[in-house]
Design a binder for this molecule. Structure first.
Ligand code: NAP
Length: 527
């Protein structure tokens, strides 16, 4: 088969793509999902590096559309590792008989709207062509690996891999000299795991991260039983949770407590799971720089207590506020620097000059390696969609419409691109990905059903509606962050317009605007 004619083409078999496919089948559409990888799972297919795991609680990350699925699938750990998550997503695909609608090895190279026939034509690298009424890109925010612009990468004779494109076949770790470049969530996850077996691990750090413990643990038989009985309660709580987690808000403000009380509270937060460091912390921690500074002071004390060499600890303490850059949650990261086989190199102090045939050269010399791990991030938010050759009304390229940064409504659709949707897209993201992303999947599915019920087959968000969402994003921005660089601003990708790519107004506003749009009968969306 080298062509198809369906109601819906979905691109990307990650968490949201599988969800959208499930909805499309449930709602009775003919559908084809194109996936460039050799398997399903998206992020959980590509990021198969050692140590990759959730930092959302496993059961808050999985699908909530089937109670039986919830009851039957038992997560082994509070924060499951990549292999388990990949197995879960494959299980869902098979359980709901979705695999037959998925075409693997299908990298989309163009997708064009034709106004006369009101169809999208989507083409893949291997010459496949699909015509559809609707095109839904669920290509993820973190799917295009970003490599640093360091000369000589191609001259390195050893092995090198990006964490976001880790090979399917085993990569030897034991007894090897390994460089880990980058100390975001991926770098700080892989380094301690490979340090256990490698001859040496050299961590190249430019910007240190504020790392706090993940506090993972196995899910006991008793907790499994409780989880099974709590489906409705947990589903309903997650449906409205601000960031899509179960963590309780503290209801406390930093300076209402004495310093002693604060330190005691911070200790509880330090020992709490994953993102509770953000969602259960003092409520002003992310809003008031002074409150943020107190938490950072506590964290600095922790780093200095955990790292034996004060000179190394000096390098590991960040000079930015907590939460502006996405904070990682770790297991044994700081402790790793006490091992004799681990070295920290600050590329701020000794910048990276080049790769040679044998290793990495910085201003303080050449270090030889067998394996270089690029944990250097992604072209966040818009990377995949900007590479798909998408053209809307009058052949308008999406890249032209987004030349100054993305313009979207709810992070799911944009004006001049009728019948095109992208749940999980820029200006939608707020917290636990499958939760707000699931809201977006359902919004799109409901909108398609609404159009079908009215016998319509053209859906486009009015310009004014798109502008209102942009204004909402703009207005919320000043309250939401302390740092104005990194992936969330696109500044890690040379030439990318500097724009905040998350949804700073948060999930409650996303849900409110969705509800209003539905209540208003999607005014102006249908021809
Ligand atoms: P990232 O957060 O963008 O971190 C990339 C790192 O590479 C940064 O430390 C960056 O430093 C560094 N870097 C880039 N170029 C460099 C160079 N030339 N020399 C030295 N360092 C360089 O990417 P990531 O760690 O892959 O994480 C991306 C996102 O994936 C996370 O924000 C998170 O959403 C997700 N993630 C989640 C988990 C999880 O636990 N569930 C795990 C991994 C990833 P600068 O900051 O100085 O640019």
């Amino acid at each position: 088969m080298d062509q198809a004619d369906v109601d819906i083409v979905i691109v990307g078999a990650g968490v949201l793509g599988i969800n959208q496919l499930y909805r499309a089948r449930r709602d009775g559409y003919s559908v084809l999902l194109l996936e460039q990888g050799g398997g399903v799972g998206g992020t959980w297919y590509w990021n198969r590096y050692p140590g990759c795991r959730f930092d959302s609680e496993s059961y808050t990350y999985g699908y909530l559309f089937s109670e039986q699925l919830w009851r039957d699938w038992e997560w082994s750990e509070e924060f499951a590792g990549q292999p388990e998550t990949e197995r879960y997503l494959n299980h869902v695909v098979d359980r709901f008989d979705l695999r037959r609608y998925i075409r693997l090895g299908s990298r989309v190279t163009s997708a064009e709207w034709d106004e006369a026939t009101r169809t999208w034509t989507t083409r893949t690298e291997d010459g496949f062509e699909a015509r559809s009424t609707y095109l839904i890109s669920t290509t993820g925010v973190l799917s295009v690996p970003q490599y640093p612009d360091v000369p000589g990468r191609e001259t390195f004779a050893g092995e090198q891999h990006h964490t976001g494109a880790w090979p399917d076949s085993p990569v030897a770790i034991e007894g090897r000299r390994i460089a880990v470049v980058g100390t975001g969530s991926s770098g700080v996850q892989i380094a301690p795991v490979v340090a256990e077996q490698a001859a040496s691990v050299t961590v190249y750090q430019r910007t240190p991260s504020w790392c706090t413990p993940l506090n993972n643990h196995p899910i006991t038989a008793r907790q499994q039983a409780e989880l099974k009985e709590s489906f409705t309660r947990i589903r309903d709580a997650l449906a409205v949770a601000v960031a899509g987690f179960l963590h309780e808000s503290s209801g406390r403000r930093t300076f209402d407590d004495s310093k002693e009380q604060r330190w005691e509270f911070y200790e509880t937060i330090w020992n709490s799971p994953g993102f509770a460091k953000l969602s259960s912390n003092y409520e002003d921690m992310m809003l008031d720089p002074k409150a943020n500074g107190e938490w950072c002071e506590f964290l600095e004390e922790k780093i200095r207590a955990l790292v034996a060499d004060p000179a190394v600890a000096d390098l590991l303490v960040p000079d930015h506020g907590y939460g502006g850059l996405r904070p990682p949650f770790v297991t044994g990261y700081y402790e790793m620097f006490n091992r004799p086989n681990v070295e920290l190199v600050s590329t701020r102090r000794t910048p990276m000059l080049r790769l040679t045939e044998t290793g990495i050269e910085t201003t303080d010399g050449l270090r030889p390696f067998d394996l270089v791990v690029w944990a250097t991030g992604f072209d966040f938010g818009t990377g995949a969609m900007r590479r798909m050759g998408i053209r809307g009304v009058d052949g308008l390229p999406l890249n032209e419409y987004w030349a100054d940064g993305p313009r979207t409504f709810l992070g799911v659709m944009c004006h001049r691109f009728p019948n095109f949707f992208f749940p999980g897209g820029p200006h939608g993201a707020a917290g636990n990905n499958p939760r707000y992303g699931g809201d977006q999947v359902d919004f799109v599915a409901d909108l398609l059903n609404h159009a079908r019920d009215r016998g319509e087959r053209r859906v486009e968000v009015p310009l004014e509606t798109e502008r209102r969402w942009a204004a909402t994003m703009e207005k919320a921005l000043p309250r939401s962050t302390f740092v104005e660089h990194g992936q969330y601003y696109g500044t890690n990708v040379p030439g990318k317009p500097r724009r905040f790519l998350l949804n700073p107004a948060g999930r409650p506003v996303l849900l409110r605007v969705m509800a209003k749009t539905i209540e208003g009968g999607y005014a102006g969306f249908l021809d």
